[in-house]
Ligand binder design. Structure first.
Ligand code: IMP
Length: 175
């Protein structure tokens, strides 16, 4: 694969500041409650691990693996690669996603969790591309609304690579 040209877009500082803000808001919201924090794999692992460290309440961790992307576009079909390991019935669930693009994945995940009858479901996405939405997708917390451009880093990949970048960058040179 030809290395991509990546233009810095959101710095480590921007990301950490936003994570702290969302963490503080969630701490207030969930005060005194136990929370099941669900990490959507693979893209949200970095955001998730930073965010849960800012949650000052009792948290258990669950992982939901899904994939819908091929290259730089959504296939529109959500495949579950890893399901939750425990029931979430009657529990407060916090669903943590990296990015909402068409909204198809988030809708699928919301429906899948709501079908398990949690006490409540709160959704958070680090990034949202409002211009790319294909289905209505209401989120409780959004870090940054961004343009409809492909981004990598801080957990987000292109063909499996670039997840380990500590910042988020826009890809400049797609073939
Ligand atoms: P959606 O179902 O179209 O909303 O896509 C959501 C998933 O697509 C995210 O969880 C990401 O894994 C992936 N995705 C969407 N946009 C980007 C991007 O700009 N960079 C990397 N992955 C993306």
């Amino acid at each position: 694969m030809t290395p991509l040209e990546i233009k810095p877009y959101l710095s480590e500082e921007d990301l950490q500041k936003k994570v702290s803000e969302i963490g503080a808001a969630l701490t207030k919201k969930f005060k005194g409650q136990k929370v099941v924090a669900v990490c959507v794999l693979k893209g949200s692992f970095m955001f998730y691990s930073d965010l849960i460290r800012k949650l000052e309440t009792e948290v258990t961790c669950e992982f939901f693996g899904v994939s819908s992307y091929q290259g730089t576009s959504s296939s529109g079909e959500v495949k579950v690669t890893l399901d939750l390991t425990r029931p979430v019935q009657d529990q407060h669930v916090l669903l943590v996603e990296d990015i909402v693009d068409t909204g198809i994945t988030m809708n699928y995940l919301k429906n899948s969790i709501l079908a398990r009858k949690p006490a409540s479901l709160t959704t958070v996405a680090l990034l949202e591309k409002p211009e790319a939405l294909k289905v209505p997708c209401k989120l409780d917390y959004v870090g940054f609304k961004i343009a409809n451009e492909f981004v990598v880093g801080y957990g987000l990949d292109y063909e499996g690579y670039y997840r380990n970048l500590p910042f988020i960058g826009q890809v400049q040179n797609f073939q």
